[in-house]
Design a protein around this ligand. Structure first.
Ligand code: SF4
Length: 79
């Protein structure tokens, strides 16, 4: 998985760092998120998903890497 952060949108809430501290850091001077690991291992997927979901600025997104085997990419319900 490939993680991106839109620094234009980021408001420095640091929720992402709380949810996935191995993937997201925080630059206090810039008051912005810092991507510590743009390609986190599958084991961190749940944490990353929570960070994306709970980012108040909706600044984070996950893009699947093309070379990854697609497990079951049928439509998923989002609430
Ligand atoms: S939770 Fe969102 S707004 Fe807050 S630091 Fe992370 S990316 Fe930025």
């Amino acid at each position: 998985m490939n993680v991106t952060a839109d620094l234009e949108l980021c408001q420095g809430h640091q929720m992402c760092q709380f949810e996935a501290p191995d993937v997201f850091g925080y630059d206090g001077d810039a008051d912005k998120v810092v991507l510590l690991d743009p390609h986190p291992p599958e084991g961190l997927r749940e944490q990353v998903s929570r960070a994306v979901k709970y980012c108040p600025a909706m600044a984070l997104s996950v893009i699947e890497l093309a070379e990854m085997p697609a497990p079951n990419n049928e439509m998923e319900a989002h609430d």
